[in-house]
Structure formats: structure tokens, C-alpha cells
Design a protein around this ligand. Structure first.
Ligand SMILES: Nc1ncnc2c1ncn2[C@@H]1O[C@H](COP(=O)(O)OP(=O)(O)OP(=O)(O)O)[C@@H](O)[C@H]1O
Ligand SMILES: [Mg+2]
Length: 254
């Protein structure tokens, strides 16, 4: 379970995230909604460690992460999808995924210059990478350099890299932003697929209400950095606080 307790960050006098306490259970997809500037991305930054908190705490499976770096939090099981920044454009699709798989198998490559062990590691890493590519339907592109892929496939590959890290928590911040009409459903399919694994906790910041309605088991609403609503999707969407504070101002209300 992921938990934030009184998580807060101040920028000068502005409190961008204000004492947000919330628990996120495995097997649950929580949509985080709220108007532009509500603090959703900042809340993600505080959880994943991109930004240090001014106050409060973050725990994952009982372990306090608050003072850990972003990379230490990734190793602890927090998986944040970043758009394209993690890809090696000149390497093939398979090589990118294999590197991500390798990153999770700490130590395997440090066993010294034992050629048998290096070869056997390599085969295992490749097999795992192929498995992941299969699950995101990218087997056909395995040898293509990443730079040659259409934008939608690159975004899909980002999710594949995240899957390679086998995180306990998946965090998506507007995953279909900037994608074409044809590309967006592919990413949503991957999220649907991740949802089937009941050991995973998924957090999704999303403005598109049809997506939220379909995928969310629970919705929390941030407004001016504060958690103002939390509950079942139907209940939260119907609440007056959402109708007033959010629905009228959403970037995309459809
Ligand atoms: N590094 C920073 N320094 C100063 N102010 C910041 C910083 N990061 C975010 N903010 C401010 O914090 C507030 C929350 O921003 P945030 O990006 O979290 O909103 P958001 O809910 O993700 O909005 P959107 O829906 O537009 O993505 C905004 O007022 C923003 O200007
Ligand atoms: Mg944002």
C-alpha cells in the first residue's frame, strides 16, 4: 500500500500541495482529477521524489520513502511514466527494454568476467524483454531503432520500460496527452491490461472524463492543493464540489 500523510509543498508563499493524506491500495486504479494548477503533477512529484516535500511523509508497503531520492524510490517500487525521456533513440526497441530489465536485476552483471554467466544472463534478460514486448504487442518492431518509431509506439515503449521495472505502483500523468486520436486507445489498452494484475496500485492523472469514468475504481479530487473529494467514481462525479470546482473548468470535459 502507498500512503501519503499530510504531504505538503510550498513555493514561496504558495502552498501547491496542502497536507494531502491518502492511501492507495493494490488492485485499485485511482484517478486524480482537478482543475489546471490544482497540484496533481506536483503531488506526483512529491510521491516519486522529483520534488522534496516541505512537510509530511510518503510510505510504500510500510517503508518510509520521504527522504529517498527519486531513483531510490524507483528501486523501492514506485514506477512513474515519463514521456520519452528514458529512451535511447539509437538503440533498438529490444535493446531498450533489455536495458530496463537489466536495471532491475541488480548485481547480475557484476559477477565478474565469467563468460558463461554473462551469456546466460544475457539470454534471460532477452527472454524477459521479449515477453514484455509481446505483452505490449511490439514484437514486430523489436529490431527497429527507437528513433524510427511513430510517436504512439514510442509512448507505448515507455510503458513497456516501466513494466520492465516491475513496480508495485504505476503513476501516469495525462498518459494520452499529445497523442493522436488513433494512438490514445493503445495506451489506454495497456493501462486496462495493467489493471488486471491485482497486485498493482495504479494512479492516473487524467482530464478526460470518459477515460476516468471507464478506468477508475476511485476518484480523488485536488483543488488548490487540497484533497476535496475522495470516493467511488459515480459518487464523486455527482458531488456538488466536483460539479462546481472542477467540471466547469476542466480542459476537456467530454
Ligand atoms: N517548481 C515549481 N515552482 C513554483 N511553483 C510551482 C512549481 N511546480 C508547480 N508550481 C505551481 O504549483 C501549482 C500546481 O501545479 P501543478 O502542475 O501541480 O498543477 P496540475 O494540477 O498538474 O495542473 P495541470 O492540470 O494543468 O497539469 C501551480 O500553481 C504551479 O504554478
Ligand atoms: Mg499536471
Amino acid at each position: 500500500m502507498l500512503e501519503t500523510q499530510n504531504l505538503t509543498v510550498r513555493f514561496g508563499g504558495h502552498v501547491a500541495v496542502n497536507s494531502v493524506s491518502c492511501r492507495f491500495e493494490p488492485g485499485t486504479l485511482t484517478a486524480i482529477v482537478g482543475p489546471n494548477g490544482a497540484g496533481k503533477t506536483t503531488y506526483f512529484n512529491l510521491i516519486s521524489g522529483q520534488l522534496p516535500a516541505s512537510a509530511g511523509a510518503v510510505h510504500l508497503k510500510g517503508r518510509e520513502l520521504t527522504d529517498l531520492s527519486a531513483s531510490a524510490r524507483t528501486r523501492a517500487g514506485l514506477g512513474r511514466a515519463f514521456q520519452l525521456t528514458n529512451l535511447f533513440p539509437n538503440l533498438s526497441v529490444l535493446e531498450n527494454v533489455r536495458l530496463a530489465v537489466q536495471a532491475t536485476k541488480e548485481g547480475a552483471h557484476r559477477r565478474g568476467l565469467n563468460l558463461w554467466s554473462i551469456w546466460s544472463d544475457h539470454t534471460q534478460l532477452t527472454n524477459r524483454a521479449l515477453e514484455i514486448l509481446y505483452s505490449v504487442s511490439m514484437t514486430a518492431q523489436q529490431d527497429a531503432p527507437v528513433a524510427s518509431l511513430p510517436h504512439g509506439d514510442q509512448r507505448k515503449l515507455e510503458v513497456a520500460l516501466l513494466m520492465a521495472l516491475e513496480p508495485a505502483v504505476y503513476m501516469f500523468d495525462e498518459p494520452t496527452a499529445g497523442m493522436s486520436h488513433d494512438e490514445a486507445p493503445v495506451i489506454l489498452d495497456l493501462i486496462r491490461q495493467l489493471k488486471k494484475d491485482k497486485t498493482k496500485t495504479i494512479l492516473l492523472v487524467e482530464h478526460k472524463m470518459d477515460v476516468v469514468r471507464e478506468l477508475a475504481d476511485r476518484i480523488i479530487v485536488l483543488h488548490n492543493g487540497e484533497l476535496v473529494a475522495d470516493g467511488e467514481p459515480g459518487e464523486v462525479m455527482a458531488s456538488s464540489i466536483v460539479q462546481e470546482a472542477y467540471m466547469g473548468k476542466a480542459k476537456v470535459a467530454a
